[in-house]
Design a protein around this ligand. Sequence first.
Ligand code: THU
Length: 138
Amino acid sequence: MIKNRGIAMSLKLAATAVRENAHAPYSNFKVGAAIRSASGETYVGCNVENVAYPEGTCAEAGAIAAMVAAGETKLTEVYVIADCPSPIPPCGGCRQKLAEFGAGNVAVTLGTTDGQERATTIGDLLPGKFDAGHMERS
Ligand code: THU
């Protein structure tokens, strides 16, 4: 069983394993995410759907919530995996969530369960991101 805090394992392995726990009875589309924090800890998340569809949450959001709940706010690496025809692109909201806690150069690997991978970064996933600077006026 995967724990949010615990044994060191590759992000790919962690994301693949936690994906099995996804609660996705409505879409039948399971997603797993694993993130490494600045301390080197691994946090995992899976999508958790709800019969009230908008209440569902993404895998990335779950992993980020686990990291923040553990007292960490900086991520250094990301892996997301699903059973897709091509490596899963994180949804728009998750790109913004990743950008909240990771620098633009943070490596993100997007994978498929049949072994395809696409290497990218948080910056490439969210060009022109909204950040705190956009709330300032001089
Ligand atoms: N999903 C994720 O978990 N992460 C993404 O980046 C894309 C979409 C989930 C949400 C929903 O449970 C299912 O995939 C289908 O959209």
